[in-house]
Design a protein around this ligand. Sequence first.
Ligand code: SF4
Length: 438
Amino acid sequence: MGSSDIQLEMNFAGKTENRFRKTIDGGKFYLLFETAVPGAQMPAKDTVKELRALEEAVAKIPGVECGLAIPDLNENQEAWSAIEFASHLSEENRDRHLVYLSGRGRNAAEIGRQLAVARNAGIVNIAAVSGDLDNSPERIDSGRIFQQIMKEEGFFPGVTVNPYQYDPWALTAQYAKLVSRLQHDAGFFVAQAGWDTLKLQSLSWFLLTRSLFVPGIVRLILLTPERMRKLAENSRPGIIVSRELQRTLEKELSISRGQFEAAQLQRLGRQTAACRLMGFSGIQISGAHQPGQVATIAQVVSAALEEFSSFQDFLECYQSEMAESEVNSFQLEFQLFDRILSRPYPFDDPPKPADLPPSRPGFWEKAARLFTPGDGFSARRMGLPTARLCPKHNECGPCGGVRPDGSCENGKQECVYRKWFRFAAAADALTGIEKEMM
Ligand code: SF4
C-alpha cells in the first residue's frame, strides 16, 4: 500500500495544540496502547475500521490521558509506514498519539517524505528509531533521523534508550547516546521493554544526577504464553527474559492459562505503579490490540496506581513479590548505583568504586568523568570506523539490541560502540565523549 492510497485533505501545519506534550510536560501520567501496522494483504477498509475502534476505546478511558503508539516495524515495503497508518486516525485526536519513524530501508529523502506526510496529517509526536537489522546501504540510523526531525518546525521529537545493560561500557555508551540527544532538545524518550525495575530506577537516578528533567515513557509488554516463549527464544533483539523470570512465568502457566493471564495483568499494574513512582511520565503497553482488552488494562492500571501511592508501599511489594523473578543471572551484572530500590534518591550516598566489577579497577574514576558534563575535550572514536563495523551502519551510537554481555545483536562480536567506550576508558578519554555521539 503506497502513499497514493492516503487521502490527506487537510494541512495541519498551523495547529498548535499537542495534548501528549502538554500532559507529559505538565507532569501528568500518560498511557499509550501500542497497535501494529497491518501487512499489505489486509484490506484497507477493515484495517482502518479496527484502528478507529481501538482509538475510540482508548479515548473512552476515564481518569487518565491516553493515546495510541504506532511502531514502524513492518518489513513489507508495500505495507503502510507507521506515519501513513496513523494518518487514518481521527483528525481531531492525532496530537494524542505517538508514532515511530524507523530508518529501516529508508534514506534521508524517504525520511523527508515521511515527515511531509506527518506534517500534512497533523502527526506531531514522532520518535526516531534505527529499525531492525538491515544491510541496506540506504538505511539511516536513529541519530540522523532525530537530526532531520529537529531541522523541521512543529514536531515534538522523541528518542529511545535500552536501559537493560549489564556491562559497564555498554551501559555508558547507551546512557551517553541518550544524554547527547536530550541535550540536543529531544522532547521525551522511550525506554525499551524489559522486566528489571533496578535498571529503570538506575536510569531515573542517572538523569536526576545529570539534572536532565525530560519526560520518559517506559514500554511494557503484556505477556501471553505465546509471547513469553517467543521472547525467551530471544526473538526480539534487546528484549531479555531472564532465566528467573522465565521460571516464574512457567510456574504461573502451570496452574492455568487464566491464572497466567491474571498474573500478567497484575505484573503490568505493578510495573506501571513503579514507573510512575520512579518519576517516569507514562507507559506504552504492547500486547493489547482489542478494544475490550484496553478497557480491562486501564482498570488494572488505575487500581495499581491507587494502591501504590508511595514509593515505600511499592518497595514492600517489590521486595516480597517481584524481586525474586527480576534477579538476573547474567555473567556481568554492573549496576551504576548501589542500594537501588532500597532508597528513594541517590544524592546522599553516591556509588562506590567497590561496587564495580573487580576485574576492571579504576573504571569508576574514569566513568565518573563521563557522568560529569565534559570540559570540551573531544574524544575521537579511538580509530574505530564505527558505522562501517556496525551491521546496522549506526553512525550515532549503539542500537537497543546490544546483548547483556555487550555483544552485538548480530553475532558474537563485541558491539562496536561498547568497544569504543572500552578503548576510551583505557585511554582516559571518556570526558566529553557524549559530544561525539551525534
Ligand atoms: S554493533 Fe552495536 S549498535 Fe551495531 S548492530 Fe551491533 S549491537 Fe547494534
